[in-house]
Design a protein around this ligand. Structure first.
Ligand code: PLP
Length: 283
């Protein structure tokens, strides 16, 4: 695989970042994951805007313009012949002798790579998944997409060990979001609920794209937090992310949602999302 590492495209085994890079020592950096379908970046304007915002919140200088970064993403796709998968981008504050405080004039480290993987028609998208519930262990600035992901690593590991496909995080009886996704439920009167954006969750790009599609197609949604009990009595549930698109959730903890199969609104949203992404279904 050819990767991008601090100014150069190199074979992955030739890529090196300093031991003193603050991404490594402090988790002092941010990232983005954009889906690639048919060789094209999906919702990338939203991902680049969030990348810039995350860097701004941490006062890490932009390593290049958004136009240059998109060219870099496209170069990675071309050089690796990627048709379906993801492009990962990461910017860290750069290298300095270890100290909590950092000197002025640091140079941002920008790296990127592709991951080839199936995004369309996965088993999870077709059949739905069961999600565990676990207390949200994360810090108070979840709106910044930092590489500091240990809370998610631990929650996902525990959920996997307990036989679940993924995990939704809870705080004071409310669902915050999925460990690496936005969480949604559908109520008995066909309202789509998802938590409003705040510092409590990451503002999902797929969420933003999906809510626009709901508007366009006249589906009712409400941006408000919902409780665990509401989730358990929902008629449908699903989650979204760049790499998993729209994934039905058919069980939450021990509670089966609806009839235990992906619901009709979830199916509709899956097809609207794919249509907007330019995917035409083979018949
Ligand atoms: N919430 C969290 C905590 C995430 O890590 C992610 C994606 O990785 C999302 C939500 C979904 O965001 P997006 O749709 O931009 O991929």
């Amino acid at each position: 695989r050819i990767v991008y590492c601090a100014g150069q495209f190199v074979q992955e085994d030739q890529a090196h970042v300093s031991l003193f890079d603050r991404g490594f020592l402090f988790g002092d950096g941010v990232y983005e994951v954009t889906a690639v379908i048919g060789g094209r970046l999906i919702d990338n304007d939203l991902h680049l805007a969030r990348f810039k915002r995350s860097l701004g919140e941490l006062a890490i200088p932009m390593p290049a313009s958004l136009e240059q970064i998109e060219l870099l993403q496209q170069d990675l796709i071309t050089k690796n012949g990627l048709t379906e998968g993801t492009v990962y981008l990461q910017a860290t504050r750069g290298q300095a002798d270890r100290d909590f405080l950092y000197p002025d004039g640091m140079q941002t480290t920008l790296v990127g790579f592709t991951q080839a993987k199936q995004l369309l028609g996965t088993k999870a998208q077709e059949e739905g998944i069961a999600v565990a519930l676990a207390p949200d262990p994360r810090w108070a600035r979840r709106d910044i997409k930092t590489v500091m992901l240990l809370g998610q690593v631990m929650a996902k590991r525990d959920a996997r060990a307990a036989g679940f496909g993924d995990v939704w995080l809870t705080q004071e009886d409310h669902i915050t979001e999925g460990a690496s996704s936005t969480a949604y439920i559908v109520t008995g009167d066909n309202r789509i609920l998802t938590r409003g954006n705040s510092r409590m969750i990451l503002p999902g790009c797929t969420r933003q794209a999906l809510l626009r599609l709901c508007d366009r197609h006249g589906l009712t949604f409400e941006e408000r937090s919902f409780t665990q009990a509401e989730a358990e009595s929902a008629v449908e549930a699903f989650q979204t992310s760049a790499s998993s698109l729209v994934t039905p959730v058919i069980r939450i903890g021990d509670v089966v949602i609806g009839d235990g199969k992906p619901g009709p609104l979830t199916r509709l949203l899956q097809s609207y999302y794919l249509e907007a992404a330019g995917v035409t279904k083979a018949t």
